[in-house]
Design a protein around this ligand. Structure first.
Ligand code: CO
Length: 222
């Protein structure tokens, strides 16, 4: 076994000490909090956000554990072959029966910035390619924005709008709608500089909004 360096051990000890103090505070506020949550979770929201350490879903919503089901990856992408994201989506919609899915991007996203550049970064280039595809679809608008910062902010927003639509096009969401469930997919952006969320005003509430080619009937393959 590798013994941790003293400084590393101290840092780890500090994390565990912080955890104990937090659990103690939670219990002091609500003695039944953990026992209740251990029995059942009932989140009202699936959050699909960026893995960026500054965009911590529960913390910026000021919500306790048990309230938000979370999937995070670099640049909050919803890729229809990503079994990780799809499994989270299926569990949230079919088992937890969340009524809301939010895709939340953020200004100053390193993933979006990297996708706008032309330098290879390795494996991640294949992931960021999806953002280049969004840029390419909106090149006329984006190329027309002279200020690089504003152009990047706009790509952040366009990326969120595309990923929101991708959620809605999934068979998981289409099946929930076919069952008569109310399920809304929303697009938000978070500002690192002010800690505030913006609602982009785009929401998808039914199959008529996802484009005809993406609409599918249930019932499996015959
Ligand atoms: Co990001």
């Amino acid at each position: 076994m590798v013994r941790p360096e003293p400084s590393e051990a101290t840092a780890m000890d500090e994390l565990f000490a912080r955890n104990r103090a937090w659990a103690e505070r939670m219990r002091a506020r609500d003695p039944e909090f953990f026992t209740r949550l251990a029995g059942q979770q009932a989140p009202r929201l699936l959050w699909i956000g960026c893995a960026d350490s500054r965009v911590a879903a529960n913390q910026l919503l000021d919500l306790d554990p048990g309230t938000v089901f979370v999937h995070r990856n670099i640049a909050n992408l919803v890729i229809h072959t990503d079994i990780n994201m799809l499994s989270v989506l299926q569990f949230a919609v079919e088992i937890l029966r969340v009524p809301q899915v939010v895709v939340c991007g953020h200004y100053g996203c390193g993933g979006v910035r990297a996708a706008m550049a032309d330098r290879q970064l390795g494996l991640i280039d294949n992931w960021l390619r999806h953002i280049k595809d969004v840029y390419d679809q909106h090149a006329a608008e984006l190329d027309g924005i002279a200020d690089p910062g504003r152009r990047e902010d706009r790509l952040v927003e366009l990326n969120v709008l595309h990923q929101t639509l991708h959620v809605a096009r999934s068979t998981v969401v289409q099946n929930a709608w076919a069952d008569g469930r109310r399920l809304e997919i929303r697009a938000w952006v978070y500002g690192l500089e002010d800690g505030l969320l913006r609602d982009l005003g785009y929401r998808v509430r039914g199959p008529e909004e996802i484009g005809a080619i993406y609409r599918m009937m249930g019932g499996g393959v015959t």
